[in-house]
Each structure stands twice: as structure tokens, then as C-alpha cells.
Design a protein around this ligand. Structure first.
Ligand code: ADP
Length: 616
């Protein structure tokens, strides 16, 4: 007896003890494996010019034995050798699924729904599973058996033809669960129609049919006939108006292992320079590993009706890596992993798809704003990364898809909407960096801009500012961080105060590059800005990078509102008590830091100074 790998063992436990109500999905999982196995052999026959194998020879069968209480799902596909039985069925294929489970401990529904968990789902309905397989080109067969719990055995066996035969020994019925229903012909037919109708190889079953009474008055007779249950027409080959929403949803869920219907379906047929059909889906939510390095983008690729790549990454740009689906086109069959990249036809398709996806998203934004915002919640971050990546190469593609929260209206706005709403006299697109609209709104620099009727975009993720640096401008309006030094204020300094400003600079030393008077503030006394290319936010983000040495510095500027009573107080103290004036400078600097969300160096010292100021 061989033991299952630990992770597989745990998944099996979940399967065996599953109370998942949707146990019926086991059939679609097994059938889809059969279809893949046939695809592999068919592909091999075409690329290696194996004669004697034609498309019509391939089939999948579902058979039941009511007495033995077994269901057998078989195919004449590529089959598995003893080693392959060991490595393919001894280990759960979808890595990462257990991590997911550990993070979501409450129920077992998530993991099954999320991953489908392939072959192992058989253990939701079976107490024992037997897999008899003969690999194409080999003479000997092997049989793999397991009751799920302990482990599994592999023994040599015999089988007349290549392919795989999977027999499920159904669990005993319980009060809650009637497993016998899976032995009923109509249940199985329904399940095949529901989940596997589009499978492009015939799924055959022996079914009962009533023969009409003959003319001589004989009775109606029940006979057994072999029938193909599925329609075999791939969904994407049908016309859009022939496909129901429900069908798209079921197809998506069963093929892309999602438990939720997709947010958007893009079904397209293109004829012209490049011919292809594509059926694309945008998931309703980001997969649990989407923003991790484990996530692999890509579309299934079919040619001449056979799947040649399960995940062709070249078909999708990174900024749309969340899209799932397939492409069917007449490409050369021998297209291998290496040549995919050099294939012009494929590149043409990829380019087409890229702009198609963008157009569909734009149109969604116009037609169903709420849905677009739901999409944006899941994948907006990826679009921002996309705008930043490759030196802003995808600027045109992405800029109209981006949304940020408006500080004025507290709702998401696009750049187009922002620019259209700009009052006369406003020349830049302003943004402030803060965790929430309320935080940006309360920043000293915001007050006067908002008074003028200007809006400010709230940048609440690390990537925002980097992304707009790459965009550079939108409709000839440049982006301006409200915490950048306002250059036009430079001559706001009444000479009379220069000595106090110099004193403040001296007191703060290297902490600031400059202390200057400002007219941009109203009720606030001070604000902190940055001059030069590195903003305060970029300093924070860059220094937080894994390999950062912490030496990125923004050139900080302390701007003082010389009209403010606090400045009058500073001037007075400067004349009478320089030590107290120095403390006040420290406090003002701390306030400027805090109001842009920066930590202060020595909170206890700050508290002591403020307390003293409050008591004096
Ligand atoms: P997945 O299909 O997602 O890879 P499964 O757990 O369903 O995961 O199957 C694991 C592997 O076992 C498959 O990748 C395939 O290599 C092999 N396999 C399963 N069923 C068959 C079959 N009917 N014929 C040949 N190989 C199969």
C-alpha cells in the first residue's frame, strides 16, 4: 500500500467527509479528464502522423451496474502508465488549494467549489475507486485502487485497448444522502446534459427506449440502445444569440473551477486577417492567489478543434491577466511552446483580444456603472500596475479604465469625468495621498483647493502615484500631488519674516531642505511638502521595498502660513525666548508631518513640548 502525500490526504479527508450539497459535480470532473486524455492522444496522432486514429474513433462512456452499485466512466484516450498513475493520482494536482483551505477554515464548501478538485471529487460519492488504465503504445495495463483513507495500490493488469476506465463503488445510502440516485439513467443523462454537453467527443450511455407497438397489435417494448447523450457542439462555436446566460455560467464554472458566475462574458468571432473565436470571462472576484506570484495567466488554446495549450500566457497582456477563457483558431498544429511566441497569427490574436477586452470594459463602465465598480474592486489594482509597468506602454489602453475616489464627492470617478468637471482656471489634476477621503480632505493643503471648487483624487494604494507618474498627463492636464511644494508661492515671503524662517530652518537642520512661507493654507498653520522628483509617498513606498536600504529621501519643505496667529506667536517668542521658539518650531514640524500621515521621530518628546505649550 502506497500512502497519499500529506496534502492529498487532507483533501481526501475533506472529500470523503464532505457534506457538500453539490456532489454531482464528480461526473463532470471525471468526464473532463477523459476529454483531456483524448485531446492528448488526438493531438499526438496529428503531430506525429500516427495513422489509424481518426477523430470519430474517440469516445467517452458512462456505464452503471445497479447490482454492484458502480458507475464506470471510461475513455479511449492517452491512458496512464504505472508511474503516471502513481504521480497523477497520488498527489492533488491543484497546488495551493490546501493553503486556501487553511485560510478558510469554516466550511468545506469553499475548497470544492473553488477548485473542483478533479479526480478526487469521486470520493464524495464513492467508498472505493478503481482506475484501470493502459497507456497508448504500451501493451500492459495497470490498476490503481483506493478507498481514499489509507492510501492506494497499483498492480499490473490487462486491458484490451488503450485508455482509462474509472469505476466508482458508491457509498452506502444514509438518511441524508441517497447515493442510489446516481445509478438512475435519467440522473446521469441530466448531469451529462447539464455539465458536459459541449464536450467535443461523444459521451455514450446504454439507455432504455420504448419501441412503439407494431402494427399487428404487439405491445410497446423496452429495448436497450447505445446513445450519445451530449450535443458535442462547443459553446463558443454557437452564435451568441443561441446561448443562454445560464449556459455560459455553467460552462465557465465547470471549466475554470469557479463557484460563482462570471461578472462579464465576452464571446467573439473574428474573421479577416486573423480568424478566431474567443470565449472570455471576467471572474466576479479575484481568485485567492491572484495578487501572488503563484497565479498564472493564460487562455486555453484550441486549433482544429483540439486543445493544444491549457494556458497560453502569450494571449493575454499582464494588465488583463484576470481574464479566463479560450481561443479557437486555425493555427498550425505543430505549434509548440517556443513557436507560440514567434507566431504572427497568434500575436495578431493577442493584440485583437487586448483591445477587445478594453472596449468591453469601457462599454461596461458606460452601461452598468455598479457592475464596473464591482469589477474595479476586484481588479482595479491590476489595471494600475498595468499603467505603471513597461514604462507606461499601455497608457492609451488603460487610462480611461482607471477610477479613483473623488474627495469632493466621495465616489469613484474616471480621469475623463474629473477633467470634464474641472472649473475654469484649474490646470492640473490634483491628488492627495491618504488612506481615506476623510484623511485627504483634512490635509492642510486640501482646504484652499476645495474652496476653489477643485476636486482632489484620493490615492489610497502604494501604486497610485507611480502609475500617474507613468501616465504623465491626461488630455494635456498634468498630475499634481497636493503635497508637492507649490512653486508659485515662492515670493509669498514678506521680507520682514525672513529671520524667523531662517531660525526655523536652522532648528530643524537636515530634517527639511527648506522652510518657506506659503499662501496656500487657510485655517492651518503649517504643511509639509516635497520638492524635486521624490514625493513623500514615494519615499515611503520605495523604502518599504524588500531590498531597500532605506536611503531614499524626499526633500521635505516646511511651509508656514505667515498669516496664521501661530506664526505671530512664533515671531513674538523669537524676540523674547528663543528656547520656547525652538520648541514651537519642533511642534509645528511634527504637526506638518502628522497631517500627511508620517510618523514623528520622538512622540514622547513631542507630547512633553505640547503639554508645556498648553500650560504656559
Ligand atoms: P487535473 O485534471 O486538474 O490535472 P485531476 O486530479 O482531475 O486534476 O487529475 C490529475 C491528473 O491525472 C490529470 O492531470 C491527468 O494527468 C491524470 N488523469 C486523470 N484522469 C485521466 C484519464 N481519464 N486519462 C488519463 N489521465 C488522467
Amino acid at each position: 500500500m502506497r500512502k497519499f502525500k500529506t496534502e492529498s490526504q487532507k483533501i481526501l479527508d475533506i472529500m470523503i467527509n464532505s457534506i457538500y450539497t453539490n456532489k454531482e459535480i464528480f461526473l463532470r470532473e471525471l468526464i473532463s479528464n477523459c476529454s483531456d486524455a483524448i485531446d492528448k492522444l488526438y493531438f499526438k496522432s496529428l503531430t506525429e502522423n500516427i495513422s489509424g486514429l481518426t477523430r470519430d474513433d474517440f469516445y467517452i462512456r458512462v456505464d452503471v451496474d445497479k447490482e454492484q452499485r458502480t458507475i464506470t466512466v471510461s475513455d479511449n484516450g492517452i491512458g496512464m502508465s504505472a508511474d503516471e498513475l502513481d504521480s497523477n493520482l497520488g498527489v492533488i494536482a491543484r497546488s495551493g488549494s490546501l493553503d486556501f483551505k487553511q485560510q478558510n477554515t469554516d466550511e468545506n464548501i469553499d475548497i470544492i467549489g473553488q477548485f473542483g478538485v478533479g479526480f478526487y471529487s469521486a470520493f464524495m460519492v464513492a467508498k472505493k475507486v478503481r482506475v484501470l488504465s493502459r497507456k497508448y503504445g504500451e501493451d500492459n495495463a495497470n490498476v490503481w485502487t483506493s478507498n481514499g483513507v489509507e492510501g492506494y495500490d497499483i498492480k499490473p493488469s490487462t486491458k484490451d485497448t488503450n485508455g482509462t476506465e474509472i469505476t466508482l463503488y458508491l457509498k452506502d445510502n444514509t438518511e441524508e444522502e441517497d447515493y442510489d440516485r446516481f445509478l438512475q439513467e435519467y440522473t446521469l443523462r441530466d448531469l451529462i446534459k447539464k455539465y458536459s454537453d459541449y464536450i467535443r467527443y461523444p459521451i455514450r450511455m446504454t439507455v432504455s427506449e420504448w419501441q412503439p407497438a407494431d402494427e399487428e397489435g404487439g405491445e410497446e417494448k423496452e429495448t436497450k440502445v447505445d446513445k450519445t447523450i451530449n450535443s458535442m457542439t462547443p459553446l463558443w462555436v454557437k452564435n451568441k444569440n443561441e446561448v443562454k446566460e445560464e449556459e455560459y455560467n455553467e460552462f465557465y464554472k465547470s471549466n475554470f473551477h469557479d463557484y460563482e458566475a462570471p461578472l462579464l462574458v465576452i464571446h467573439t468571432k473574428v474573421e479577416g486577417k486573423v480568424d478566431y473565436k474567443a470565449l472570455l470571462f471576467i471572474p466576479a472576484r479575484a481568485p485567492y492567489d491572484y495578487y501572488s506570484k503563484n497565479y498564472e495567466k493564460g487562455l486555453k488554446l484550441y486549433t482544429a478543434g483540439v486543445m493544444i495549450s491549457e494556458k497560453c500566457a502569450d494571449l493575454l497582456p499582464d494588465c488583463f491577466s484576470f481574464v479566463r477563457g479560450l481561443v479557437d483558431s486555425d493555427l498550425p498544429l505543430n505549434i509548440s511552446r517556443e513557436t507560440i511566441q514567434q507566431n504572427h497569427q497568434l500575436k495578431g490574436i493577442a493584440d485583437n483580444l487586448k483591445s477587445k477586452i478594453q472596449k468591453e470594459l469601457l462599454s461596461l463602465m458606460g452601461k452598468d456603472r455598479q457592475k464596473y465598480e464591482d469589477f474595479y474592486k476586484a481588479f482595479g489594482l491590476q489595471l494600475k500596475y498595468g499603467a505603471y509597468a513597461d514604462w507606461g506602454m499601455n497608457k492609451e489602453l488603460l487610462q480611461d479604465l482607471l477610477l479613483w475616489r473623488s474627495v469632493k464627492e466621495d465616489k469613484l470617478v474616471s480621469l475623463k469625468e474629473y477633467v470634464e468637471a474641472m472649473p475654469e482656471g484649474q490646470t492640473s489634476i490634483y491628488y492627495g495621498i491618504g488612506k481615506s477621503v476623510a484623511m485627504v480632505k483634512a490635509m492642510p493643503q486640501s482646504e484652499q483647493l476645495l474652496d476653489k471648487g477643485y476636486d482632489i483624487l484620493c490615492f489610497d494604494t502604494d501604486i497610485d502615484e507611480f502609475a500617474v507618474k507613468m501616465l504623465r498627463d491626461y488630455k494635456e492636464k498634468s498630475f499634481a500631488n497636493i503635497a508637492d511644494e507649490a512653486v508659485e508661492d515662492d515670493d509669498a515671503a514678506p521680507d520682514a519674516h525672513q529671520d524667523v524662517l531662517d531660525f526655523a530652518k536652522q532648528r530643524l537642520g537636515d530634517k527639511v531642505a527648506k522652510v518657506k512661507p506659503t499662501t496656500r493654507l487657510k485655517s492651518h498653520a503649517v504643511c509639509l511638502t516635497a520638492m524635486g522628483d521624490v514625493s513623500l509617498e514615494m519615499e515611503r513606498v520605495l523604502n518599504a521595498m524588500p531590498n531597500a536600504e532605506g536611503n531614499v529621501r524626499a526633500e521635505r519643505v516646511l511651509e508656514i502660513n505667515v498669516e496664521h496667529p501661530v506664526f505671530a506667536k512664533l515671531c513674538a517668542l523669537y524676540g523674547t525666548d528663543q528656547e520656547a521658539a525652538g520648541d514651537l518650531v519642533d511642534v509645528l514640524y511634527a504637526h506638518a508631518c502628522m497631517s500627511v500621515g508620517l510618523n514623528i521621530d520622538n512622540p514622547a518628546e513631542y507630547v512633553a513640548k505640547v503639554t508645556k505649550l498648553l500650560t504656559d
